[in-house]
Design a protein around this ligand. Sequence first.
Ligand code: URA
Length: 434
Amino acid sequence: MNPLVFIETKRDGGCHTPEELRQFVLACRKGEFRDYQIAAWLMAVYFQGLSPEELRAFTEALAESGHMVRLPEELHAVDKHSTGGVGDKGTLVVVPLVAACGVPVSKLSGRGLDFTGGTLDKLESIPGFRSGFSLEELQELVRTVGCAVAGHSLEIAPAEGLFYALRDVTGTVPSLPLIASSIVSKKLAGGASGFVFDVKCGSGAFMRTREDARNLARLLVDLSRDLGRKAKALVTDMDVPLGRWIGNAAEVLEAVHTLQGRGPKDTEELSLALAGAMLVLAGAASSREEGLRRVEKALRSGEGLEMFRRFVAAQGGTPGVADDPEGVLALAPSRWDLVAPETGWLDRIDARKVGVAMRLLGGGRLHKDDAIHPGVAAEVLVRPGGAVEAGSPVLRLHYDDEARLAEAKDALRDALVIVQEQPPRRSVVLEAVD
Ligand code: URA
């Protein structure tokens, strides 16, 4: 395959055949395309898009670039995926809750992407936690524990891992077909029979407007169904960070608080809505209301927390994180407060600016091989809707590198929006797409 001709075809608005796309993904895997050539093609797709036929073929080729997890059909395993946000610890709560209700969850997750956090980076802040499994290990974990979260390994959707890392550092993340193929390929390879998508919408999401988010939700549901899976999407608010904590270790901490029944309201509401939808998709609940009732019971009874403990232990992590997260997870030692510029009501904290600041402090990557600083965090001291006084602290950064702080402060300029009338309560779930 000639890389130059392939790139030029897309650059000039042409279409690839399904076979060409399969060959391309294979060639990338074998190192026959250089990173810079793959990056050029990604940028061409960013501008030219993919037809529905190309999208289907590319998604299948990514999924089939490694082994496909095969779970017995009668297990009705389900999976969920967030399109990425700031402070989004939903997966950490939803996976054990659903598994605690007897529905197996087989989940392939990603790392931080652009200014958004990634589930694997978060989980790996738990000492000992491991996510690189063989196919047999993953299947065994789902069977024996009830859930498992694995990353891109050499065996499972490896080509998607390659594209993902390159998109992260080449400005090509916010493309509908690239996002949809990235997500659905991992879902396909993960072996579940139904997927619930959490499509984030707002400043801290790749889809900033409701219309774009709805379009992505539609694309994800249609693509999944085209490929023979059941699917549902919720469009959810990401104009402000989710919960009180943003950062890798900090979000594990808040997920544990949520499973202990003392988490922030928005995080609990979102997690229950997603988990309830997964039960319906798996056929374990006959209606949205019944799904919600069952997952809420698993939360209040502590069964979700117990499942979290088992799942962390099964993946090598310190199970004590479920009882004493503050004792197990270390936050960065230095602190700096962002204060309110004027007196009034806090309308919003710009989620994207917080995500960018986190990345600059080392909570995310600027280069594909960068190491993560797991303890870097932002703590929301005043939630949107709260009253603030000029000069009072609203957001606290936990950091460990003075040299990076100046840039992070700069990224947070104008991040606080203060209004003079108390704003209405924000809803976290905005709409559902079936
Ligand atoms: N999540 C993914 O897995 N891929 C994307 O491209 C965006 C969010």
